[in-house]
Design a protein around this ligand. Structure first.
Ligand SMILES: *[C@@H]1O[C@H](CO)[C@@H](O)[C@H](O)[C@H]1NC(C)=O
Ligand SMILES: *[C@@H]1O[C@H](CO)[C@@H](O)[C@H](O)[C@H]1NC(C)=O
Length: 280
């Protein structure tokens, strides 16, 4: 199967963690009812965004929020990228994205700030230097449709991260994120189209809905870009679900039309390297 429906839940996040999680579960059900096979939540979906909230809202994994996500994935038979939540472990805090399969099993965990913990289902290990270049851990997971790479927010600014995922066979990259009212209009769509076009993959971003009264005002505009660099689904800033059909065959077509991501660029550059003095 190479075609499937992706749903991005642009959730309105409030002060009550219990309500936030309940609301997320409600939307996951709605998305599945509309045929989505892969559902993604925004960054920090269970807590208001901001360092002053993280301590109070943080929980361990597994914990109440991720238990609810696991159950929702199972009940609705979907792959679920659980946005991110503030995670506490041994007195430390992380921004963590959890990924569940349709059996409700935790199949991946991406911590935004944690250099050395490389967690790749399927037991692929990356070179430490590759990880340090990207400045983040890498998390890929497998679905019956395609491999998917996950980054959180700021991760989308690192071109190398997307490139590594693509070289490892991902056809879709998902970034739960919360850009603000300055960086959103300036960079959100541009970064996403850049990552998609360079790598000839689908790129999806999923933001919380905008709350003008919050201390951190999110841009919204959850979006899907195709491997040709076109925006194929997007929205404004209100709470909603953004749906998109992802067609892995189309990604392959784009690559055969303009075969950039199949060329070994490192080798090409080496041939033309005149900085070592041999050719000057
Ligand atoms: C989560 O990410 C945000 C934005 O990069 C950062 O300000 C915050 O400190 C992070 N929180 C944790 C708990 O790592
Ligand atoms: C958004 O964040 C940037 C830094 O990432 C900051 O310079 C800017 O002032 C923020 N804008 C708003 C409207 O908060």
């Amino acid at each position: 199967m190479t075609e499937f429906k992706l749903a991005l839940i642009q959730l309105a996040v409030g002060a009550s963690k219990v309500e936030n999680v309940k609301n997320a579960v409600k939307f996951i059900k709605e998305a599945a009812g509309n045929g989505a096979k892969l559902v993604a939540l925004p960054e920090c979906f269970n807590s208001p965004y901001g360092t002053n909230y993280f301590g109070e809202y943080a929980e361990s994994i597994p914990g109440p929020s991720t238990d609810s996500l696991s159950q929702a994935a199972k009940d609705n038979q979907v792959f679920l990228v659980g946005g991110s939540i503030p995670e506490s472990e041994n007195g430390k805090l992380y921004n963590t994205s959890t990924i569940f399969n349709p059996q409700g099993e935790l199949i991946g965990k991406h911590r935004k700030v944690h250099l050395f913990d490389i967690d790749v289902p399927g037991k692929i290990r990356f070179q430490e230097s590759e990880v340090l270049t990207a400045g983040n851990t890498l998390t890929m997971f497998n679905t019956p449709f395609c491999k998917v790479g996950v980054g959180i927010c700021y991760d989308i600014r690192f071109a190398e991260l997307a490139q590594i995922y693509t070289r490892r066979g991902c056809n879709l990259l998902i970034y739960p994120g919360a850009f603000n009212m300055t960086t959103g209009p300036a960079h959100w769509e541009l970064l996403q189209r850049g990552r998609a076009l360079d790598n000839q993959v689908y790129v999806a971003t999923v933001s919380p809905a905008r709350d003008e009264k919050a201390s951190y005002v999110a841009w919204g505009h959850s979006t899907v870009v195709n491997p040709w660099g076109e925006v194929i689904s997007t929205t404004e800033h209100q709470e909603t679900i953004v749906y998109s059909d992802i067609d892995v065959e189309y990604a392959k077509q784009v690559r055969s039309m303009v075969p950039i991501s199949t060329q070994r660029r490192d080798d090409l550059y080496k041939l033309q390297d005149v900085t070592k003095g041999n050719n000057s």
